[in-house]
Design a binder for this molecule. Structure first.
Ligand SMILES: [Zn+2]
Length: 851
């Protein structure tokens, strides 16, 4: 069905569409295998004499007409071309009717069915599977939609974008690109609320779910209202339709989608109750509801000119949702979480064959570029911009952006220009963050004499696929200076590194300071600074910057683990003492203490070893991490035991940050104590917990120490009818299995009656979980690689997007020993040689193999 020769699309080749679409009318007659879509477009030629190209895939063309007169056009594999000779020179009406089969659409792009419900996913290029249309973000038009219910009576609820104008009739007055189109039809119930905007308009809010799930929407609704208020106060953005709707869908490739006025969500990011959702689930729901809502202005009202500009909407909107979550919870904890995620996903991507700039310059399949680099690094770039120009100038620039570009499809150049105009500052060097891939390395040299401390910073960005000899970037480095007694010798200040090598002086210091560098993680770089253990302990004890306080503990844990792996040393008493002190320090936020006690992941350690020229051994890393866990548990046992008792949250469950922080610290203590009490506390907590956070913490602790078999059965009995909880049951048994049992556990669960491999959440909960079990996945026999490859080959014809995304588990293959490299390469080549492989997976495997 796909085009035979995948084409490379290039940013440099952009040309505007030669027609304007003034209005779109769509009429849907729903039927599972024969849905009819009649589209009527009002078109104005901008360059008369040009052929009209419309995108379309997997469509059965019934008829087409121009100004009411039938025309004969022959579709090809990717669309159809209406020859200029058939087109009037002035405005005309294009009409076409197609037939599609949503029940047969397993790729979950375009119009598809999820357990009897019709729904759509059109970003990036799904609309072309609904009708012939210029499916590109720079073509924006107002839409009128009419949905005729399925004849089988299965679709009493008929939803689309905009405001309702009758049963199954919707009008969206705001011009939008086709990727923001949405349709949902099915047997749904709504939870209703309302919101009054700051100008006094009443907005109807509706969350649509399957009957039975109504009781799990309260938190999402609350998060939505807080998001709407926050966008008004922090960015001056008010909602612009009479109604805002969210639909929860079980079968969904992504997290959620910001369709205008009708957001569609993976049900795991909407539905929550204390019994079934963890604190982490609540936090994700809050963040993702906010993210999709914020897109209404950053993405929808102002959209991207082309898909190369994806970071224009995603980087900015991720940054906005991070600010929001920080305001709702704790900025320090949120920052640490975000950096953990950035390092785990984006730094890894940047260090491997899939490295690409925040704004890529070419792609074969745009679905492969919804990456950590575009999203997370894209958000870091906005954060740096705000740090460099200050919060007031940042707000001024944003205001100008909304004022100048409302209703337009824009580029990164447009975005940068508003800040240049608002501040008078030249941001051309800053723009390199969008075009240069790779994580900059920052080397640090220090000198001190006569009260003057000199800090010399040198930046270097490694080569990445297709890019060498990179120019120096603008790097904001926030610095504090501490004295030997731990007090601040100079206030926090942000240095602007713009040269390859640059020195900064601090005068009139009473003593040689201990620098606290890159406070708040002020730039997404790798700091290479030799710090003595003594200084790290001082920063861990005294740094007033919470991020760097955490970072000091992290660095100590990492160097301890690396030494355990490479030199077989034991962890130092000083480190264990310091960690115990932090754990028991009642002046610190419990959520922060939980993060301080968490050890670097096995993948993080592998990445670090590889960067320092050592071939990582996944088994040795796993063993070291386990042995350090036991050492901490033994050393801190009295403190942990006290924490386990004092951090208990009295009263009924509430998902607020304070209670969640206490549960996080208590869960961490439980995990460590399980190494000491053979799981006694965990077994008791597993049975008595009245919320999923505590039940899952106990379940996880038991699985890690190999005492989980009884709990596995009990948990299944208790929850087998709840699909979202069952995803957790699948995932934990694989991700927490002892390495030698992980592949077997994954195979057994993939054969389980409840394993629905066509559901992306369930597929990820078994196969994705295997890739999370680093030592299990990298079993030297290669059976982990083989199992994943088998499943990706099977999934590809059904859902290429999800299959392609999961190939990234192989992207670190060059890190490992020759035996593992050979085994992974063999599997990648086996995937690549599969007949009829999708363009998504072909591109990904090709890029990974090219390493
Ligand atoms: Zn987004």
């Amino acid at each position: 069905m796909r085009d035979a020769a995948p084409q490379t699309i290039r940013l440099a080749d952009y040309t505007p569409y030669p027609f304007r679409i003034d209005h779109v009318e769509l009429i849907f007659s729903l039927a599972p295998t024969a849905t009819r879509v009649l589209s009527t477009l009002k078109v104005t030629p901008l360059q008369p004499g040009t052929d009209m190209r419309l995108d379309g895939e997997d469509l059965l063309l019934i008829r087409a007409a121009i100004d009411g007169a039938p025309v004969s056009v022959t579709p090809d594999a990717t669309g159809l071309t209406v020859p200029a000779a058939l087109l009037p020179d002035g405005p005309f009406t294009w009409e076409c009717e197609v037939q599609i089969a949503p029940a047969e659409n397993t790729a979950l792009e375009g119009l598809y069915m999820s357990k009897g419900m019709y729904c759509t996913q059109c970003e990036a290029e799904g609309f072309r599977k609904i009708t012939y249309y210029p499916d590109r973000p720079d073509v924006m038009a107002p839409f009128d939609v009419r949905i005729l219910a399925a004849e089988d009576g299965s679709t009493p609820v008929l939803l689309s974008n905009g405001n309702p104008t009758g049963h199954g009739r919707w009008t969206d007055p705001w011009p939008k690109p086709a990727y923001l189109f949405a349709l949902v039809a099915g047997d749904l119930v709504s939870v209703d609320d309302s919101f009054t905007t700051r100008s006094g308009r009443d907005i109807a809010l509706r969350i649509w779910v399957r009957p039975g799930d109504e009781g799990k929407c309260a938190y999402a609704m609350d998060a939505l209202k807080r998001s709407m208020r926050w966008d008004e106060t922090e960015y001056g953005r008010e909602y612009d339709l009479d109604i805002f709707q969210i639909v929860a869908v079980d079968d969904f490739n992504m997290g959620a989608m910001e369709n205008k006025g009708l957001n569609i969500f993976n049900s795991k990011y909407v539905l929550a109750s204390p019994e079934t959702a963890t604190d982490r689930d609540y936090e994700l729901i809050e963040g993702i509801i906010a993210h999709e809502y914020f897109h209404n202005w950053t993405g929808n009202r102002i959209t991207c000119r082309d898909w190369f500009q994806l970071c224009l909407k995603e980087g900015l909107t991720v940054f906005r949702d991070q600010q929001f979550s920080g305001d709702m919870r704790s900025h320090a904890v949120k920052r640490i979480d975000d950096v953990l995620m950035l390092r785990a996903r984006q730094f890894r991507e940047d260090a491997g064959p899939l490295a690409h700039p925040v704004r890529p310059e070419e792609y074969i399949e745009i679905n492969n570029f919804y990456t950590a680099t575009v999203y997370e690094k894209g958000a870091e770039v906005i954060g740096m911009l705000r740090t460099l120009i200050g919060p007031e100038a940042y707000r001024k620039g944003c205001d100008l952006y909304f004022e100048r570009h409302d209703g337009q499809a824009c580029t990164i150049e447009d975005w940068i220009a508003v800040f240049e105009d608002a501040t008078g500052r030249d941001l051309s060097q800053f723009k390199l963050w969008y075009s240069q891939a790779g994580t900059p390395r920052l080397d640090v040299a220090e000198a001190f004499s006569d009260g003057t401390y000199t800090l010399t910073l040198r930046q270097e960005t490694p080569d990445t696929p297709g890019q060498t000899d990179k120019a120096p970037q603008v790097i904001p480095v926030t610095v504090g200076l501490l004295g030997r007694d731990g007090r601040e010798l100079a206030p926090s200040t942000t240095l602007e590194l713009t040269e390859r090598t640059q020195s900064f002086r601090f005068d009139d210091l009473p003593e040689r300071p201990v620098p606290s560098l890159l406070r708040g993680f002020s730039a997404p770089v790798i700091l290479r600074h030799e710090v003595s253990r003594e200084d790290q302990l001082l920063l861990l004890a005294h740094d007033t910057d919470p991020f760097n306080k955490w970072e000091a503990g992290r660095s100590l844990a990492k160097s301890t683990l690396i030494a355990m792996v490479t030199e077989d040393t034991a962890p130092s008493e000083a480190f264990l003492d310091a960690l115990t002190t932090v754990a028991g320090d009642a002046s610190l936020d419990p959520a922060f203490r939980a993060l301080a006690l968490a050890l670097p992941s096995e993948d993080d350690l592998a990445q670090t070893l590889h960067a320092s020229g050592v071939t990582p051994d996944p088994d040795a890393i796993h063993a070291a991490r386990q042995s350090l866990t036991r050492a901490i548990a033994a050393h801190a046992e009295p403190t942990l035991s006290a924490l386990y008792d004092t951090m208990a949250v009295p009263g009924p469950y509430t998902p607020d940050a304070k209670a969640a922080g206490r549960r996080a610290l208590r869960g961490t203590a439980l995990r460590l104590l399980s190494e000491r009490d053979n799981g006694d506390r965990a077994r008791a907590q597993f049975l008595s917990a009245d919320n999923m956070t505590e039940q899952l913490a106990a379940f996880s602790a038991l699985l890690i120490i190999g005492q989980g078999s009884a709990a596995v059965g009990t948990f299944y009995e208790q929850w087998h009818e709840d699909r979202l909880v069952m995803d957790k049951w699948f995932a934990l048994q694989v991700s927490l299995a002892p390495p030698e049992k992980a592949v077997r556990a994954c195979k057994a669960l993939a054969a389980h009656a409840d394993f629905d491999w066509k559901n992306p959440n369930r597929f990820r909960s078994a196969l994705g979980a295997l890739t999370m079990n680093a030592a299990g996945f990298h079993n030297p026999s290669g059976e982990g690689y083989e199992l994943l490859a088998d499943w990706l080959i099977r999934l590809d014809p059904v859902n290429p997007q999800t299959a392609a995304r999961m190939t990234t588990a192989f992207d670190s293959w060059r890190r490992y020993d020759t035996n593992r490299q050979r085994l992974i390469k063999m599997e990648l080549e086996r995937i690549a040689a599969t007949p009829g492989l999708s363009r998504d997976v072909t591109e990904m495997v090709g890029r990974i193999l090219a390493a």
